[in-house]
Design a binder for this molecule. Structure first.
Ligand code: ADP
Length: 874
């Protein structure tokens, strides 16, 4: 077959051969990228462009100048694109040399349509398993059959941990961690929200249906996750002897994942990853765990109602893209380390003490651009002079930031001279901010105000920066002036008033003479072309000067390109210092953002310690509070203590504010452990290790589960994992089934949480029988949301008060919703009948009574048997 292929198609197939799966080759031919065969069929369908045939072979193409938008659409479809460029000289009749310059994948875009305020992560996951009786997988070339626990690949029975590693190629961040369960893996995936996930093939065997759960999953050869191979690759990449220095030595599964990820980026995608200078291992013990369900219920960083309804939006006054991206991470990973929380609080306090300096800092921060992404582009050879300008402009602000920080620290010392460690975090950030003024000055001297995006066409470097460049430019300007004056001179010489000197890309400079004047053309003119209106001429002198101009221009472009490379290399010498500076500026930006939010909305500093308390005086929901400025949000107190009154049962009508209150408590807890100030007048919290919420009846139809099943799944997870350090917020448990089933479940779940888990728990419920739990459980307190009744109408006061709601007011709410009067009246009658049956013969509440074991009866029968019929009086 290959004999019949043209040399170009042979070249095509050679380049096509080594690409990762699901990658389309965009093959540059002149002004187009062409796709052939199956690639063409698929790409034309994805992009909705026409498919043609040449010699029976399907092909399609996209113009090079708009390739970005096409690439983006292909990546959105979950595929990759290999961009193949013409790199050799184009000569007629000769095959031009072509190379794949970049492979773009959804997780490794760095300039095509990235959201500035969000990271774009690629993640690798690795299941670490304990060997079972099954055979070792054939493709695991590095297995070690003598060990019980192995990091090599075997299709075996039990996973003991998942290694997770993720990197953002656009910023240079690289993380490694491990989780114990599949549930925790999914939570981490939800938190990180990677654009692409990679896993060994063996995962398909170990976790059935994983691909359906994680549509962005791609499989890599199992051996790439081999621990030895991964360690070697990472060590050689980081140029270290061992990974011990990174502090993640026990995260073996994580290292396997990190190695495979690095292999994928550097070998499969052929990217330069030199700006991934180190990886950051972390363990989950240091952070409050927020599972995927809770993250979405609480609308922490995304919300169906729009970004403005998220906690992120309420806290985000950041000025830099680094700060914005990092704030998201702070929200999703609140701290458990009290000292670290206090360090952040200290910094915010210091900023709040100096409102003027805070505003100055924020103003300076707003001058800092996306240094991280520019630096990443430059280090991967895809950056341009604009990226250098971003560094230059941003670095200009650094000494100013340092100066303001010094003032803040000084004034703090004056106030409390003995406190050496005051605002320690700020002081250490100031140290991380590298001055780098020499680099800034060079870049500023070198670059024009607004450099172009292309590096090969010149126009980047300022006058006076490089003598050779200046000379070349002068030669070109001189030539151009000579030509500009030529028209005048020739008009005088020839007497042809309409004579014009023109330029086009095909002929270069020429003299144009109209038909009526052709008789007066001097003998030294050489005719080049006849047009409708006249003829075009050149002269030897004109061509000589033109040659000089074009030669000088070509050379100056080459010189500029060379200078750009030198400047780029100079900037990259400082890669690590710039990365640290960018990260410190991002952290400072978040602290300023939290301080500014605290200042604007009057937040207080919470006391966070290892007590078992959860106390907020006049707490407010941070999102609704900001939005309800004119209407005012009603503040509410919270007072729980895991060692005594640990469970609050909250009753009250629909729309009273129960869910809002629960979410408020959760959000305030998260904010406190982020180190933020809180919308409350006073707050005292003991560290929460995990936050669980079960809010509302969120259906999961996409996964084919019924509402009730989802509800019970989520509840099961809570009961299995909640500890005395956890905070559990339950909203309407048991609503997805019949009343008595639901009530019984709600009751026994509450008992379990109170007796066994002993977590701090808030339980909002419609079952107004549930408050009776307080009669048998000492740690249960009852709260309700106050309403005021006027005649038969109710007004929601949104105030949480002690005691259980005496009624659920469902009928009144139904009236507000406009149900017909006769339906409302009949409902009231039935309710009266039902309520009579709620106490047993001794006047004790039915549900608080233990069932007589001699005569077991279901609570349903008991109530229905002993009470009046629902249909009495119908
Ligand atoms: P429930 O869960 O009791 O049905 P929600 O929490 O959904 O009630 O709240 C119902 C409405 O009351 C929401 O529109 C909410 O904005 C408003 N609301 C709740 N709590 C407050 C409050 N403390 N101050 C002002 N408005 C509130």
């Amino acid at each position: 077959m290959s004999e019949t292929l043209t040399p170009m198609m042979q070249q095509y197939y050679q380049l096509r051969r080594d690409l990762p799966p699901d990658t389309f080759l965009f093959f540059r031919m002149g002004d187009f990228y062409e796709m052939f065969n199956e690639d063409a069929v698929e790409v034309s369908a994805v992009l909705n462009i026409s498919l043609t045939k040449r010699g029976g072979m399907p092909m399609c193409g996209v113009p090079y100048h708009s390739v970005r938008s096409y690439v983006k659409r292909v990546l959105n479809a979950g595929k990759r694109v290999a961009l193949c460029e013409q790199v050799g000289e184009v000569k007629p009749g000769k095959l031009v040399r072509r190379e794949i310059t970049r492979i773009l994948s959804p997780g490794t875009l760095e300039d095509v349509g990235l959201e500035e305020r969000k990271n774009n992560f690629t993640m690798a996951i690795f299941p670490l398993s304990v060997s079972g009786k099954k055979k070792v997988a054939d493709d695991s070339i590095h297995s070690n059959s003598n060990q019980e626990t192995t990091t090599t690949i075997r299709p075996i029975d039990r996973i003991v941990a998942f290694g997770i590693s993720y990197a953002d190629l656009s910023t240079g961040e690289f993380f490694v961690t491990e989780v114990a369960t599949q549930e925790a893996l999914f939570d981490e995936i939800m938190r990180v929200a990677p654009a692409e996930i990679l896993a060994p093939h063996v995962l398909k065997v170990l976790v059935e249906g994983i691909k359906e759960e994680l549509p962005q999953l791609e499989f890599l050869e199992d051996y790439l996750f081999d621990l030895t191979l991964a360690t070697e690759l990472l060590c050689s990449h980081f140029k270290v002897q061992s990974l011990d220095g990174f502090g993640g030595e026990e995260l073996k599964a994580g290292v396997s994942a990190a190695g495979a990820l690095l292999h994928y980026i550097t070998r499969h995608l052929r990217r330069d990853a030199s700006h991934l200078r180190s990886f950051r291992p972390y363990r989950h013990q240091g952070y409050m765990l927020i599972d995927a369900t809770t993250q979405s219920h609480l609308e922490l960083v995304t919300s169906r109602a729009g970004r403005s309804m998220t906690l992120l939006a309420a806290l985000d006054c950041t000025k830099t893209p680094m700060g914005a991206r990092m704030l998201r991470d702070w929200i999703l990973r609140p701290l458990c380390d009290i000292a670290a929380i206090q360090a952040r609080q200290e910094a915010i306090a210091a900023l709040l003490d100096q409102a003027l300096l805070l505003s100055e800092l924020r103003e300076k921060l707003s001058g800092i651009r996306d240094m991280e992404r520019s630096l990443s582009r430059l280090s991967q050879n895809s950056g341009n002079a604009r990226d250098l300008a971003v560094l230059s402009i941003s670095l200009l602000r650094i000494p100013e930031l340092k100066q303001i920080i010094a003032k803040i620290i000084d004034s703090k010392k004056e106030l409390i001279p003995e406190s050496e460690t005051t605002s320690f975090l700020i002081a250490s950030l100031a140290e991380e901010l590298h001055d780098l003024q020499e680099l800034h000055q060079t870049l500023e001297r070198a670059l024009v105000e607004e450099p172009p995006a292309i590096t090969k066409e010149g126009g980047m470097i300022r006058e006076g920066f490089d003598a050779t460049l200046d000379e070349l430019r002068a030669a070109s300007t001189e030539g151009k002036e000579w030509i500009a004056n030529l028209q005048e001179r020739e008009i005088t010489r020839t007497g042809i008033k309409s004579l014009k000197v023109r330029f086009n890309a095909v002929f270069g400079y020429f003299i144009e003479i109209t038909k009526s004047n052709l008789a007066n053309v001097p003998s030294d003119y050489t005719r080049k072309q006849t047009t409708a209106n006249g003829e075009r001429f050149i002269t030897p002198e004109l061509k000589e000067i033109e040659g000089k101009i074009l030669g000088a221009e070509e050379r100056s472009k080459a010189v500029e390109s060379e200078l750009f490379q030198q400047l780029r290399a100079k900037a990259l010498q400082e890669l690590s210092a710039i990365q640290k500076t960018a990260s410190a500026a991002g952290t400072l930006d978040i602290l300023c953002s939290l301080a500014e939010t605290a200042r604007l909305y009057g937040y207080c500093r919470p006391l966070v310690d290892d007590s078992s308390l959860l106390f907020f005086a006049e707490g407010r929901h941070p999102v609704l509070d900001q939005q309800a400025r004119e209407k005012t949000f009603v503040p509410n107190d919270t007072d729980l203590d895991a060692s005594s009154h640990r469970m609050a049962i909250i009753t009250g009508p629909n729309m009273a504010g129960k869910s809002t209150y629960l979410k408020q408590v959760a959000l305030l807890t998260i904010m406190a452990q982020m180190g933020s100030y809180l919308p409350a007048t006073k707050a005292h919290l003991g560290i929460t290790d995990r936050l669980f919420t079960r809010v509302g009846a969120s259906d999961d139809l996409s996964r084919g589960q019924s509402t009730f099943m989802v509800e019970m799944n989520e509840t099961a997870k809570i009961l299995h994992h909640a500890t005395a350090r956890s905070l559990v917020l339950l909203d309407e448990i048991g609503r997805g089934t019949a009343t008595f089933d639901g009530l019984s479940l709600a009751w026994s779940i509450a008992e379990y949480l109170h007796d066994v888990s002993q977590s701090r728990t808030m339980f909002a419920t419609h079952y107004h029988e549930l408050p009776d739990l307080a009669r048998t459980r000492p740690g249960v307190i009852n709260l309700n949301v106050a309403v005021s009744e006027r005649h038969d109408d109710i007004v929601f006061l949104h105030k949480i008060v002690a005691g259980a709601a005496d009624r659920s007011y469902g009928i009144q709410v139904a009236r507000l919703a406009g149900l017909p009067g006769s339906v409302i009246e009949r409902a009231k009658e039935i309710l009266t009948n039902l309520e009579k049956s709620e106490l047993n013969a001794e006047g004790r509440p039915l549900l608080a009574t233990h069932v007589d074991m001699q005569r077991p009866r279901s609570s349903k029968r008991r109530i229905v048997d002993e009470g009046p019929s629902l249909f009495d009086g119908w």
